[in-house]
Design a protein around this ligand. Structure first.
Ligand SMILES: [Zn+2]
Length: 287
């Protein structure tokens, strides 16, 4: 349906003090935002992810929610992005998408969602001679976006090329002070040889950049694949007590860092990257 004010010209005339001027029609902004949203590459399966339907039943989820709201309120004047990490199913991607949509809708940000594995695949495809796109064609929007969501960091099996490519994205956005929201299932133990750790998968340099450019938010929640969505407080309590996947039981089994390990981790973060053993492969030499 054509705009009744401007007949879709996006301009309309107004008369002020007897002088007629032409101004942008209200529908122009709406059309711009709609285009930005359509171009943001948010997968259909996350189309309904919003802040208002983000479930925050545990302390760490409430904290994540609070940080998300603070980020949106301040955006684009933010000194750091967010790194949301934790187990599958706690709502990291939901929260990241909700923030991205709020930044587009509320602030007119040019933002993109990329699943890390998909981004790497797109870059890799450009090495194929039958593809016209260059590596930079794929990477330019990723590097330049006002806000980037890089989902599931570390899902791709690490290699020198993976570390270099992700290192380039991370260090470029870091150097240009562009906000990035990462989600990841990786852990951050003091032991740098742990295969599922940030340092092992991404390299010490990229991990170090991530600590400088992001607030790290560990999300520990109920696994909605075990409890179902909209679980009652009773169900959540039972899950926390009985499920082997609950944070309490994992910690008891030694799967999550306790307080002392957390302090070791904090010290590790403060160390210069050169002091850390390289886990193999080089990272971010282009940075
Ligand atoms: Zn209009």
């Amino acid at each position: 349906m054509a705009c009744p004010l401007c007949n879709d010209t996006r301009w309309r005339s107004v008369v002020a003090d007897g002088v007629e001027r032409v101004v942008r029609c209200d529908c122009w902004r709406a059309a711009v935002l709609e285009r930005l949203m359509a171009e943001a590459r948010i997968p259909q399966r996350y189309a309904r992810c919003e802040l208002v339907n983000f479930e925050h039943d545990t302390d760490s989820m409430r904290e994540a929610y609070r940080r998300a709201v603070a980020f949106i309120d301040a955006f684009p004047v933010v000194d750091r992005g967010l790194l949301l990490y934790g187990k599958h199913g706690v709502g990291k991607t939901h929260l990241a998408v909700a923030i991205l949509k709020a930044a587009i809708r509320g602030k007119g940000a040019r933002g993109y969602f990329f699943e890390t594995r998909e981004l790497l695949r797109l870059v890799r495809d450009t090495y194929n001679r039958s593809v016209d796109e260059t590596e930079m064609d794929v990477l330019a929007p990723v590097l330049k976006a006002d806000l980037l969501v890089l989902d599931d960091l570390g899902a791709e099996r690490t290699s020198e090329w993976v570390q270099e490519t992700l290192g380039l994205v991370v260090s470029t956005r870091y150097n240009e002070r562009r906000a990035t929201i990462f989600t990841s299932n990786l852990t951050d133990p003091a032991d740098s040889t742990e295969p599922n750790s940030f340092i092992y998968q991404l390299g010490a340099r990229t991990r170090s950049r991530l600590t400088e450019m992001c607030h790290w938010i560990e999300m520990r929640g109920v696994d909605i694949r075990e409890t179902g969505t909209h679980a009652s407080p009773e169900v959540i309590q039972r899950w926390q007590k009985e499920s082997p996947a609950s944070p309490d039981n994992l910690r008891r089994a030694g799967g999550l860092p306790g307080k002392s390990k957390g302090m070791a981790r904090a010290r590790l973060r403060e160390q210069a990257p050169v002091e850390l053993a390289w886990p193999g492969g080089r990272a971010g030499t282009k940075g």
